[in-house]
Ligand binder design. Structure first.
Ligand code: AMP
Length: 542
């Protein structure tokens, strides 16, 4: 029997934007500008400007599916791009401004970006690769108010080309809304293309009371960059429910964030543990300095959230909600909230549960696959690769037919995380199979570093591993075997300098240790587990 519902009504961003403009016009959107003055406007302004952007893009010749890249911090204009580009039928391609210009060149070229919207303060970064990419027009957001340099177009002037008669093109819910590239172990980033449908469904799930629980009464501040997995969907969810949005701009240090939290009485924020580890230290050192909103919640993910952080934030009246996700899962995959009957459990057990990665979201199915290729029992002990599937989980990478090994034959996505699931259904990530290091929430490819180190004439072998770090959670350490004739002739600093020619500064291993040999497996591969064990007591210089 066919339903009598309007099942063909497409799940796109259009109704979200329209509703926000019609119902929440008076609600504020606040952005911290580079000079730390606050830019304030409302959803009414946002609605008008997002539609003006869509119309201006049409007038500039944007065709359905054309990619429009953004190189921007979190602020009002990025929010306009989040909506204006997709409702025009374009594809919002957020570029990660922390990447090396070589990677950005690869990504922009691979995605075939046609237009670019860039912050004026980020133009120096764009200039490092602009001659290597083919972008048709570049619109510069004048965040500082300084004149736009010769050869670029002013974003504000571009918006003025709209006459106010924008008509939405027909959009299918399967059309691509945006894309994000994520690091692969080999260093060649891979593109994930999100459909309107995936983002809309994800917004419902992420907004649920059992997940972010955002309501119109909240004041939401995404610290997680809008170039990283759609800022975990916060801008979409917040706009859907009409939440006041506060954007940190380029000021991501804990003090600036706490100041902004206080000033705007933020009730909800999202970001990686590194940010909150720093904030927690400031709160401990300066008791009572910041009058934060009562009931402030932080969604923390992107890396494991230490139990000690959850405990200490509780003491400051700040609730941490631990979540797990990936660029490939739009990104929300699981959230750790206690079930009703767990509230009576002893404190220690409750904290242990809150520090797990949590229960899969509705519509995200999770399983673990053991090394022997069998599905692991949910006994809290059996470890295996975490695999997921669901309507906002990627089914392939964009234009990358070689990267199919991340999906199983029966259609599950292989996360590369090693986990166990307990009888209550809570996922706990224990390790990862992917040879990557996550420092302050951003990936570093150990394989890329190793290959470059081994291209140095003095280096016979090099293996790079992640070592726990109090601030960044993980930092790379390189174990290097020098060729005999170079013993005593090369310093770690020289090798760091050598790497600095190719990689962003934050990629460079903080420690390069000369060793006699790198432990290997029976088939001659570097045995990273053994190496990590060897350096488990490593102490970083503060
Ligand atoms: P990304 O695609 O950059 O968001 O990175 C996704 C990866 O980050 C996951 O596959 C995990 O390895 C890691 N990750 C994300 N959230 C968590 C978490 N809560 N705990 C542990 N690892 C996490």
């Amino acid at each position: 029997m066919r339903s009598t519902m309007m099942d063909h009504y497409p799940l796109t961003l259009v109704p979200i934007l329209e509703r926000a403009g019609k119902l929440f016009g008076k609600v504020e959107i606040v952005s911290n500008l580079p000079d730390k003055t606050l830019h304030r406007h409302t959803y009414a302004d946002f609605y008008r400007r997002a539609r003006a952007l869509a119309e201006a893009l049409h007038r500039a010749g944007l065709k359905k599916g054309d990619r429009v890249a953004t190189l921007m911090w979190n602020h009002y204009a990025h929010l306009e791009a989040y909506f204006g580009i997709p409702v025009a039928g374009g594809v919002l391609h957020t570029l990660n401004l922390r990447l090396h210009p070589d990677d950005l060149t690869y990504i922009v070229t691979h995605a075939d970006d046609r237009f670019l919207i860039v912050d004026d303060v980020l133009l120096p970064l764009y200039e490092k690769f602009k001659d290597r990419v083919k972008i048709e027009r570049v619109f510069v957001v004048p965040l500082t108010g300084k004149p736009i340099p010769e050869g670029y177009e002013n974003y504000e002037d571009f918006l003025k080309t709209a006459m106010g008669d924008f008509q939405y093109p027909a959009l299918d819910e399967h059309d691509t809304l945006g894309m994000c590239y994520t690091s692969g172990t080999t260093g060649k980033p891979k593109g994930v293309a999100y459909s309107h449908r995936a983002v809309v469904l994800h917004s419902f799930a992420a907004g649920l009371a059992g997940a972010m629980g955002l309501t119109q009464h909240d004041v939401a501040l995404p610290v997680v960059p809008m170039f990283h997995a759609n800022a975990w969907g916060v801008p979409f969810v917040a706009t859907m429910v009409g939440t006041k949005q506060v954007f940190p701009g380029p000021h991501l240090d804990p003090q600036s964030l706490l100041d902004l939290f206080e000033k705007e009485q933020v009730t909800f924020a999202a970001g990686v543990p590194t940010i909150w580890l720093g904030a927690q230290q400031l709160l401990e050192k300066n008791p009572g300095r910041w009058k934060l909103a009562p009931g402030l919640r932080l969604t923390v993910g992107g890396a494991p959230t230490p139990e000690a952080l959850i405990r200490s934030m509780d003491r400051h009246g700040i609730e941490i909600i631990h979540a797990w996700g990936m660029t490939e899962t739009t990104p929300l995959g699981s959230v750790s909230r206690l079930k009703s009957y767990m509230l009576d459990w002893p404190e220690d057990k409750k904290y242990a549960y809150r520090a797990k990665q949590g229960l899969p979201s509705p519509f995200v199915e999770a399983r673990i696959m053991t090394d022997s290729g069998e599905e692991g029992a949910w006994d809290g002990q059996t470890m295996g690769e975490l695999q997921v599937r669901g309507p906002w989980v990627a089914a392939s990478y964009y234009n990358n037919p070689d990267a199919t090994d991340r999906w199983t034959e029966d259609g599950w996505f292989k996360t590369g995380d090693v986990a166990c699931i307990d009888p209550e259904g809570y996922i706990e990530i224990r390790d990862r199979t992917k040879d990557l290091i996550k420092s302050g929430g951003e990936w570093i490819s150990s394989v890329d570093l190793e290959n470059t180190l081994m291209a140095h004439p003095a280096v016979a072998e090099a293996a790079v591993v992640a070592i726990p770090h109090p601030k960044w959670q993980e930092r790379p350490l390189a174990a290097v075997v020098l060729k005999e004739e170079y013993h005593g002739k090369v310093t770690p600093e020289e090798l760091q300098e050598f790497l600095g020619r190719k990689f962003a500064k934050w990629w460079i291993p903080d420690a390069i240790v000369f060793v006699d040999e790198v432990p290997k497996t029976s088939v001659g591969k570097f045995q990273k587990t053994k190496l990590r064990e060897q350096f488990k007591d490593w102490k970083w210089n503060e």
